[in-house]
Design a binder for this molecule. Structure first.
Ligand code: ADP
Length: 786
């Protein structure tokens, strides 16, 4: 029998039941007779036992059929109780008991018919009457069984075994009362009218009840309490109705064709709910098996979780004895599960903690007071290992009620590593704060709301505050000099907004009321574009500021005195020229006119005077040239260097020829932006020096060249002269500094100083490379686009 799991009965199933129910009728129509043989009894004197059996065959058939139906009803009751034990659901057993009671009524009907129990009425009346009563009872008892749950849907959830028993007793008592009545009643009514259209009118009642009351009620019941059983019960109404049709409209006598068919189909009607119940049972069993299977799976999973958990998991019973101990706990405490099972939990608690940490006493206290002071998570405790060592643990305990037993599951996590890390962090923090406080600079930190969160000792000393006082201050209320406050604050916010560092100097009021110059360098800290805080370091730079101020004043003073000096040099040399020229020309005149008239000494003295005057003149001219370079404004214009250099060489022709000098030039020179007279003087001085400081033992050779280096023209004047020792490289550019005596090389020591001024005035540099005894190269640069 295949029944849908929903509340609809499939058409095929219905048709099958229907066809099965009308098969006997159809066969009957085809000529098969189901009535029991009735042979007329011979004279009593020749009555044979066999004849009696023949005579009783109808009663036997009736008994077999009825008894089969009753047996099925008994099985239904048994199955119903089993069903209740398995599913704890009361609707099915109540209806099963109802069916059983109906079956009992059938049994009584049979027993009475067979005269196995005492009954007073004769069989012709007793059998059809008790049949009709049984059927009516059957229909009514199904109606009552179903209605109980339809009228009170809560009952199916609340009711238990007692309810089933009570209902069963009521049904049984009812059945008994009816049976008793039938058995003791003498005048049972006539129920068979062979000649009427309705041959057994007493069967019309159950027919109507099945068709018009039972079916709608069971349909409704099936909707609310869908099960294979309720569907089968509904299906059983088909044979029930067919049974009653056979009886009400067919059966004309005991054991006739319709009588037997009806009895046979009644078995089928009982069988259907029985089979439904069996199927239900199979389904329930399959479901249970699946549940058990998934429970086993779940258990295996949980076991593997517990076994593989990082946390140690220990279960304890209510007397403090260990019930389970997972591998993590084994690793932590060093005990094997088998060794520690059924041992007191105090084994894992250091002695000094026994009272405090509860253990056994906890459970006693808990039992007494119900105070769950250790139930919960995140408690730090100390655990005792097998080897006697202790370890810090994070403990969580949950209480589990299994039946009447209370268990406690402890989850323990080893905190050693965490503690180690915490200590490390703590010591690093200490180290950090030691460094920070010992730092000779002031340090501070702000949080994302510009609230101070850290100041070092140096800062607190400066402010003369305690940390608490300083932390209470608003950053904005910092005592910055009023003139500096605005720029400092705007720079601070700009640093935050543009994620750049802050570097400012400002005046800050010290605790003694003195403003000190502070240099502050700070960095804003951002995370995912969100401002998180600021760290700053401040240095008291008041002394440096003072020094800078002093230096600035010195520099200004120096510049001023330099200018004065230059002016003095210029004026002095300019104004000295005239009297000097007079001295020089008159001493020369003296020399010319009185050379032969004076003695040798006088002539020699006059010679010295002339020489001195000449030298002084040269010196003054050079000095003038030097001060002019600084004094006169440069007139920059585009210069063609080719003709300029050629003119210089032409001007030096005499000296070049006298000293047999070879000058090598590049094919052409570039154009430069420069002051013509100054550039002319520059080249001239350098070329003249190269000639003057030539080496006597070789021909003087001068190479003038240039190249482009970055944005500069770099010129070089290279000679193969006497060279200069490296230690004098700086010195020769200082005014009046010379490396030789006047007797050996004439000169004033001003030439290179002039050159340096010219080059630097143009924004370039002048330097040299030289090898003493082999020659020197003077380099200078002039910017390409001035
Ligand atoms: P002066 O030539 O009048 O002494 P300068 O300022 O021109 O003064 O030169 C300073 C000194 O540098 C010179 O006295 C000389 O010793 C050295 N000097 C300059 N140019 C050369 C050179 N090309 N070779 C060697 N020594 C030189």
């Amino acid at each position: 029998m295949k029944v849908n799991s929903n509340d609809k009965i499939s058409l095929t199933l219905f048709l099958s039941v229907f066809i099965f129910s009308i098969i006997p009728f159809a066969l009957n129509k085809l000529g098969i007779d189901f009535s029991s043989t009735t042979i007329p009894l011979p004279e009593p004197r020749s009555l044979l036992l066999d004849d009696l059996f023949y005579k009783l065959s109808g009663a036997f058939t009736h008994t077999i059929l009825e008894w089969s139906a009753f047996s099925v009803a008994i099985s239904i009751a048994v199955l119903g109780v089993v069903h209740f034990r398995v599913s704890k659901e009361v609707t099915v057993p109540v209806i099963c008991i109802a069916l059983f009671c109906a079956g009992s009524m059938d049994a009584f009907h049979t027993l009475a018919a067979d005269r196995l129990i005492d009954s007073v009425a004769d069989n012709k009346r007793l059998i059809p009457f008790t049949w009709a009563i049984s059927r009516t009872f059957n229909a009514l008892i199904i109606i009552s069984g179903v209605s109980i749950f339809l009228l009170n849907p809560q009952l199916s959830k609340k009711a238990g075994f007692n309810f089933v028993i009570t209902i069963s007793l009521i049904f049984i008592v009812l059945a008994y009362v009816i049976i008793h009545y039938c058995a003791t009643s003498q005048n049972l009514p006539e129920t068979i009218f062979p000649d009427a259209f309705i041959t057994r009118p007493w069967d019309v009642g159950p027919l109507v009840l099945y068709a018009f009351v039972c079916i709608p009620l069971i349909v409704k019941f099936n909707k609310i309490y869908p099960s294979t059983f309720s569907q089968a019960l509904l299906l059983s109404m088909v044979p029930e109705i067919v049974v009653e049709l056979h009886m009400a409209f067919g059966s004309k006598a005991l054991f006739d064709n319709d009588f037997n068919i009806a009895h046979f189909l009644k078995i089928f009607a009982y069988l259907l709910p029985g089979m439904g119940l069996l199927l239900d049972y199979v389904q329930t069993f399959t479901r249970l098996e699946k549940t058990t299977h998934s429970l086993v799976e779940e258990k295996t999973k949980i076991k593997s979780i517990v076994d593989n958990a990082i946390d140690g998991i220990v279960t304890i019973n209510s007397t403090g004895y260990i019930q389970s101990f997972n591998p993590s706990a084994e690793r932590m405490f060093g005990y094997q599960e088998k060794d520690i099972i059924n041992k007191n939990i105090n084994l894992l608690v250091p002695k000094s903690y026994h009272e405090k940490h509860d253990g056994y006493s906890y459970f006693r206290k808990y039992k007494r007071t119900q105070l769950k002071n250790i139930i919960g998570f995140n408690q730090e405790v100390i655990g005792l290992c097998k080897d006697g060592s202790t370890l810090p643990l994070d403990l969580g305990i949950t209480e589990v009620q299994l039946g009447n037993e209370t268990f406690f599951t402890a989850f323990v996590r080893d905190l050693s590593q965490q503690k180690r890390l915490e200590n490390e962090i703590k010591s690093r923090e200490q180290l950090f704060s030691t460094f920070v406080n010992a730092a000779p600079v002031m340090m501070w930190m702000l949080d994302s709301h510009h609230k101070p969160i850290m100041f070092n000792e140096t800062w607190l000393d400066f402010m003369g505050h305690t940390l608490e006082q300083e932390l209470a201050y608003e950053w904005d209320s910092l005592k910055i000099h009023p003139e500096d406050k605005e720029p400092v604050m705007s720079q601070y916010y700009e640093a935050i907004n543009h994620k750049k560092s802050f570097d400012q100097e400002y005046r800050l009021l010290r605790h003694d009321g003195v403003y000190r110059w502070i240099r502050e360098v700070g960095v804003p800290h951002h995370e995912n574009n969100t401002y998180k805080g600021f760290i700053g370091i401040c240095l008291d730079v008041t002394q440096r500021k003072m020094d800078e101020l002093k230096l600035h004043n010195y520099t200004q003073e120096l510049e001023r005195s330099n200018i004065e000096l230059e002016q003095f040099a210029y004026i002095a040399s300019h104004d000295l020229q005239e009297p000097l020229r007079m001295v020089s020309s008159y001493t020369q005149l003296l020399e010319r006119r009185y050379k032969d008239k004076l003695d040798d000494d006088a002539n020699e003295f006059i010679g010295y005077a002339v020489d001195g005057a000449n030298r002084m003149q040269t010196l003054i001219q050079d000095l003038l040239a030097y001060s002019r370079v600084g004094k006169n404004k440069q007139i920059l214009k585009r210069l063609e260097l080719d003709p300029l250099i050629k003119n210089i060489i032409l001007g030096l022709k005499l000296a070049i020829e006298e000293s047999n000098v070879q000058i090598n030039l590049p094919e052409s020179f570039p154009q430069i932006m420069a002051d013509q007279s100054q550039i002319q003087q520059l080249f001239q001085n350098l070329i003249l020096n190269a000639i003057k400081y030539r080496a006597e033992e070789r021909q003087c050779e001068i190479n003038i060249n240039y190249q482009k280096v970055d944005k500069m023209w770099q010129f070089s004047i290279q000679d193969n002269g006497i060279g200069i020792e490296t230690k004098y490289f700086e010195r020769i550019f200082v005014i009046f500094k010379r490396l030789h005596s006047r007797e050996k090389y004439s000169g004033t020591g001003i030439g290179l100083a002039v050159c340096k001024r010219i080059v630097e005035g143009h924004g370039g540099e002048l330097w040299l490379e030289s090898t003493f005894g082999s020659g020197s190269t003077f380099y200078f640069t002039i910017p390409i686009d001035l």
